[in-house]
Design a protein around this ligand. Sequence first.
Ligand code: NAD
Length: 381
Amino acid sequence: MTREDYIKNAAAQFETLLREQLARTDRMRQDCGVKDYTSLPVITVGLIGGDGIGPVIMDQAERVLSVLLDEEISGGRVILKKIGGLTIENRLALGKAVPDDVLAAIRSCDVILKGPTTTPKGGTMESANVTLRRELDLYANVRPVSVPEEGIDWMFYRENTEGEYVLGNRGVEVPGDLSMDFKVTTEPGTRRIARAAFEYAKQNGKTSVSIVTKANIMKKTDGNFSRICHEVAEDYPGIQAEDWYIDIMTANLVNPAIRSKFQVFVLPNLYGDIITDEAAEIQGGVGTAGSANIGDRYAMFEAIHGSAPRMVEEGLADYANPSSIFKAAEMMLRHISLREKADRLAAALTLCCETEKRLTVTGTKDGATCREFTDYVIEKL
Ligand code: NAD
């Protein structure tokens, strides 16, 4: 192909992308209502193992849920439904980020608890998470991080369906010359994540929301993200909306002199992805942090970390920390209004990880195994 051919193809592709994204904004503006879990006679929880250390931690999460929800399961209020097929081998064989039958099974559930899934570097295979977040419209990635002894109580609201991720496998390339990816910020997409963050702040007595962007450089996308967040903030007079740039916020989080003053964060997708790993590390490692992907009709809960292939290669999979997926399970229980169960799990985790600490998972053979630690948590439930 000549350079002119590449330009023509890219221009045609850009038109397609623009039309698709505008159609998406129209869909977002149609209010489909928010699912009320309290009114559901039966709640189906889909359990997905994933890749690498995923099945190891998910097996233990299933054990915990089976004990915790014993009554609900035997009474038919909750169904735990195992969903197979979301493995890198199956996805590559079928050439689908999320195979159709897996997506159908996921859609038949109300909420999902999912192990991490591997995404190949390069190529065109989209991340399973990006696909699921888009297909189920899981627009809010909610990640709590706390370090009580330091007064840190952070809640991150990461936009989950836009930014650099929504078209991450649909960039253009002129081989040997350049490659170009796209970043998308929409009005309704930003408005709903901002609303979610400010609502959380209001419901939980928080007094400030930090809007974290790089609006000085990314004038259109981040500039509008910040503007829309401030417009939403006008509906929350008691809550201060503060602008921060992602570079200095990354530094702030490792500055013990000021970091405990931050409360709620709202960020575009990529910055939220990166900074929440940093925050999790401050809490005690990515193995300690849970994450919720919330939409109006579905929700998916998972560990903050990935499939840790290196741990598997080094024979350390059985030493993976399941606290991350347990925290995700706790968030899931709260989301489906089983608050007393969530509190029980949270109390057991606090005892095992902070107060009593009879066993510690280190991710190495020096620490407890994933199963041993789970036995400990179950004993404390
Ligand atoms: P990773 O989070 O998988 O692992 C990085 C390191 O963190 C590991 O080597 C290990 O030392 C530590 N770690 C992670 N989880 C741990 C646990 N539970 N207990 C103890 N230590 C733990 O990051 P990566 O290596 O960059 O990503 C691996 C794969 O996971 C990639 O294919 C990536 O795309 C994918 N990924 C998936 C998700 C998801 O499904 N939600 C999220 C992030 C990354």
